[in-house]
Design a protein around this ligand. Structure first.
Ligand SMILES: C[S@@+](CC[C@H](N)C(=O)[O-])C[C@H]1O[C@@H](n2cnc3c(N)ncnc32)[C@H](O)[C@@H]1O
Length: 184
């Protein structure tokens, strides 16, 4: 497994440890890519995981990369328009996804809808410094462009409480890990 994937998993495990007292059974990973993180969550933690990605080719690839077992399933899904019912999951994981979503605010609404009350989101992504926001929006209209505060405020507006925030990598475009809890 590559170093990047191991970093993802170590970061996730650290947050999952802090959620050890919570009941987590049903997990949705949005933008799962090759599905290795979902595979790990289902095997190592015993969660029922749906690995979701908008790209059917990624989902096909993910199916082939991960051993078949009953606690892991794959689904082609647009994070801004999910097929799942309300209150379907205890935990949503979204890593390096929002940077690809011009309509990331819609994904916030969908995550809020499919999470059960008291459920958690583990989010990891880059965020644009406020000073560059307008420039980035002009240069990359097809990407997700947002400051971290904008993301946090959007979740707060749908009654999520931030329980963890860490700046993960230095550099012109910082990456952050957030954990947010939906109100009960
Ligand atoms: C940079 S990859 C991240 C993969 C993995 N989460 C990781 O961190 O290594 C972004 C993934 O998001 C998926 N994606 C892009 N737009 C999406 C959308 N609207 N809904 C769901 N997945 C999307 C892409 O197909 C891609 O697999």
């Amino acid at each position: 497994m590559g170093r990047r994937r191991l970093d993802h998993i170590e970061r996730l495990d650290a947050r999952l440890q802090s959620l050890a007292d919570e009941t987590i059974e049903d997990v949705l990973e949005l933008g799962c890519g090759d599905g290795r993180v979902s595979g790990y969550l289902s095997q190592a933690h015993g969660f029922n995981v749906v690995a979701a990605d908008v790209d059917p080719a990624q989902i096909e690839w993910a199916r082939r990369q991960n051993p078949i077992h009953s606690r892991l399933r794959f689904s082609v899904e647009d994070a801004t328009e999910l097929s799942f019912g309300d209150d379907s999951f205890d935990l949503v994981v979204a890593q390096n996804l929002f940077q690809h979503l011009p309509r990331w605010r819609r994904a916030v609404g969908e995550i809020s809808r499919v999470l059960r009350p008291g459920g958690h989101l583990i989010w990891f992504d880059q965020a644009t410094p406020g000073a560059f926001r307008r420039l980035m929006a002009r240069l990359s209209p097809r990407s997700g462009v947002y400051t971290l505060d904008e993301v946090a405020e959007c979740f707060a507006a749908v009654r999520f409480r931030e329980t963890f925030r860490e700046r993960v990598r230095q550099g012109p475009i910082a990456r952050y890990q957030l954990v947010l809890r939906k109100a009960t």
